[in-house]
Design a protein around this ligand. Structure first.
Ligand SMILES: NC(=O)c1ccc[n+]([C@@H]2O[C@H](COP(=O)([O-])OP(=O)(O)OC[C@H]3O[C@@H](n4cnc5c(N)ncnc54)[C@H](O)[C@@H]3O)[C@@H](O)[C@H]2O)c1
Length: 375
């Protein structure tokens, strides 16, 4: 069995499934599960909204399939269900926040909203937030900024799974970056990707299905390239974007380090190897240099630079020009980042969200634990 090609997500497997749910059904279920774990109603709704946005966008590894992992962190008392997200320091355009060890799906939206408000008031907004936890897909935050005619820029640290370039062992998170730009008639362009060669979700998938990892994405405990996902768990690591020196892994390492510093060192969160585990069953060194995980939200109002409508028209032109470039042999030609996720959202809103039998079984099991029916 081989793993799917990069960029193909895991939606294809679920798409073939016969179980389909409306986004409203999944959102209601997730919100009730969060409430049963102690979240106030507004926070539970926010968290459910962010989580199911991943399902809509076809990023199945980060949607309701992960709900049990957040639930586990909450019921084990490792995440604070009643977080009071606070500003520690601020200027008109910047803030450092403390997430009070809350669910990242609640802390992230609060910090992102502050960055958007600051951008509207001061011409740009930057918020670095620590003492947080896993916040779901980065892209959904960058898309929020578009509703206010802004460009959204988001990054987050995550638990250590990635070796530093020319190093051995898990020291960096898969540390994704997302940036979103609006179009006028065209869907937004959204880059949303890990700075590692593959995501941790892909590693989990390979372990669950007994598949192999793609070549050039992981090393074993001695630093030799491997496609065996168990070798990664057993002291190995994922490698930075680029895979190896010839393919620019030093630059993937630079990007991951940038995310780590802006999200964690700046906010006072645990950087690199000190980040706390998520999901709960990952090994934990217990060593800490700060509080929780960290994220950075940056918001640039387009009007600070150019008339928003003019910019959006120019973006439409940009996207059409690139989509119209000749296709390389054996490909469907260039795509615009974020468009396949946009089309997935439109289709899944209409036809429902397909869930594999395994995910449905998992949600039923979780429903029994949380006292919330899932059928
Ligand atoms: N919160 C966390 O700690 C955390 C950690 C890691 C990843 N994530 C999330 O996991 C998700 C998956 O990340 P990933 O790196 O596996 O994604 P990926 O490798 O599937 O890449 C996704 C990006 O590439 C674009 N893309 C895909 N195919 C393309 C093509 N042919 N042409 C042009 N663009 C194309 C997509 O539009 C998207 O912007 C992201 O949403 C990320 O935010 C979250």
């Amino acid at each position: 069995v081989t793993a799917p090609a990069p960029g193909s997500g895991t939606g294809a497997t679920a798409e073939a499934s016969t179980h389909r749910y409306s986004v409203g059904e999944l959102r209601d279920f997730a919100a009730r599960v969060f409430r049963s774990a102690g979240l106030p109603e507004g926070h539970a709704d926010t968290a459910a909204e962010v989580l199911t946005a991943a399902d809509l966008r076809g990023i199945d590894t980060h949607g309701v399939a992960r709900l049990h992992q957040y639930y586990e962190m909450l019921v084990q008392g490792r995440v604070n269900p009643r977080a009071d997200v606070r500003i520690l320091r601020e200027t008109p355009s910047t803030a450092r926040m403390d997430g009070d060890n809350g669910l990242g799906l609640v802390v992230g939206p609060a910090a992102n909203e502050l960055a958007i408000e600051k951008a509207a008031a001061a011409g740009s907004g930057w918020v670095s937030v620590g003492n947080s936890n896993h916040f779901g897909i980065a892209g959904i935050y960058s898309l929020r900024a578009l509703e206010r005619d802004c460009i959204g820029w988001v990054m987050t640290s995550s638990p250590p799974q990635v070796a530093p370039f020319q190093g051995v062992g898990r020291m960096l998170g898969t540390n994704p970056i997302a940036i979103a730009f609006p179009g006028r008639a065209e869907p937004p362009m959204v880059m949303d990707f890990t700075t590692s060669a593959i995501s941790f979700g892909r590693l989990e998938d390979a372990i669950r299905t007994g598949g192999a990892l793609p070549e050039g994405t992981a090393i074993d405990r001695e630093g030799r390239m491997t496609t065996d996902p168990h070798a990664v768990k057993d002291g190995g690591a994922l490698v930075p974007l680029g895979s190896d020196a010839a393919r620019g892994a030093h630059k993937g390492y630079c990007l991951a380090a940038m995310v780590d510093v802006l999200s964690c060192v700046l906010s006072g969160a645990n950087w690199g190897p000190f980040a706390p585990p998520f999901p709960a069953d990952l090994p934990d060194s217990g060593r800490r240099v700060g509080k929780g995980l960290g994220h950075l939200f940056g918001v640039l109002p387009i009007a600070s630079f150019r008339e928003p409508d003019e910019f959006k028209e120019a973006m439409d032109h940009w996207m059409r020009e690139f989509r119209g470039a000749p296709a390389a042999p054996g490909t469907g030609g260039p795509e615009i980042p974020g468009h396949r996720e946009h089309h997935s959202s439109v289709r899944r809103r209409r036809e429902g969200i397909p869930l594999s039998g395994t995910v449905v079984e998992g949600l039923r099991h979780l429903g029994v634990r949380a006292g919330v029916l899932f059928d």
